[in-house]
Ligand binder design. Sequence first.
Ligand code: GTP
Ligand code: IMP
Ligand code: MG
Length: 333
Amino acid sequence: MSAVVVVGGFFGDEGKGKIISYLALNDKPSIVVRGGVGPNAGHTVVYKGKTYKLRQIPSGFVYEKARLLIGPGVLINPEVLLREIKETGIDPKRLGVDYQCGIIEKTHIERDRKPDLKGRIGTTGTGCGPANADRALRVLKVARDVPELKKFLTDVPGELHEAIDNGLPILVEGTQGTFLSLYHGTYPFVTSDDVTASGICADVGIGPKHVKDVIIVFKSYVTRVGAGPLPGELSEEEAARRGWLEIATVTGRKRRAAPFNFDLAKRAVKLNSATMIAITKLDVVFPETAGVSDFDKLSDRAIHFIREVEKKLHVPVKIISTGPDIEHTIDLR
Ligand code: GTP
Ligand code: IMP
Ligand code: MG
C-alpha cells in the first residue's frame, strides 16, 4: 500500500500541478509517475519564484531525488517532451518513458484541429483524441519506435512494482478531471480516455490493492474549457467580477466558471473512491485567506466552507491551498 493517487474532481484545472508538487517536496516519494491522457493537460507549478507549465513531465520534478516516469497509457509528443526537459533543467537520467507510450504525430494534431473535434467538442487541438483513436485501431506508433526517445525508454510498471515491493512511496499524478472522463464524464464533451483514479492507475500499471490514498482535488469554484454542460454557469461579466475568470494553460482560451457544485463533487468522490480532499484557490473565493499556511488563521467563513464540504461529501479535507506557490499550503494529514 504505497501509492498515493491525485485526481481532478471537476473538469480539470483544479490545481493538481500545485498539489502534486507540494506532495512531492513534502512526502519525498521515490517515484512520481504521470498518468492521464497526454499533452492536452497543462499543470502549473510555481516554485522558487519560477512558473512551469508542464504538459508531459511529472509536476513532482521539483523534488530532486524522485525518479520521474510516464506510464504506457499516456500519449507523448516528443517535441513537447524534449522542450520540457530543457525548460525544467532536470537531469535527463531521472526521466523514464514506457516502451508502450503512444506517440502523437503531425497528422493527429491536424485531425484534432478540424471542425468535428476542435469545433464541436472544443478539444485542445493537441492531437490526443486522434492518437488514441489510432491506438484503438492498433496503428499508432509507440515510444519504442522513436529513436529520439531511446535513452528514456523503460518498463514503467516494472519500476513501480520494484519500488512497491521494497515499501517505497510512489506518487501517481492524474490529469484532466472526473467529468472529462471518456466513460464517466459529460459525453461527448469529454477527453479521449478515462481519467478517474482507476483509469490513472491503469495508465501506469498498478492495481487497486497498492493504492493507499486517492486525493481528489477540488477548486473552490468550478471551471470548464471547451463545450459541454456546466451547471450554474456564470456570465463572463459575473465570473470576472468575482475574479474567477481564468485563461487555459495549453490553449489560451477563457475558462467558463460556476460556483462550487456539491452534487458533482459527491459523484466525483464516489467515482474515484476518494479518501481525502484537497481544496485549491481558497484565496480566490475568500481573499483574506491568501498565503495562509496555518488552519487556525483562516477566516470563519472560509472554515465554514471547508466544514460544509466535509459534511456533505463525507470525506475529510486534508490539504488546503491558499495561493499558487508551493508554500501557500495547509496540510492537515
Ligand atoms: P490540468 O491537468 O490541465 O487539469 O491542470 P491543473 O489541475 O494542474 O491546473 P492548472 O495548473 O491548469 O490551473 C491551476 C492554476 O491555478 C495555475 O495557474 C496555478 O498556479 C494556480 N493555483 C493553484 N492553486 C492555487 C491556489 O490555491 N490559489 C491561487 N490563487 N492559485 C492557485
Ligand atoms: P481533448 O482532451 O483535447 O480531446 O479535449 C476534450 C475536452 O477536454 C475539451 O473540452 C478540453 O477543453 C478538455 N480538456 C482536455 N484536457 C484538459 C485539461 O488538462 N484541462 C482542462 N480541460 C481539458
Ligand atoms: Mg490545466
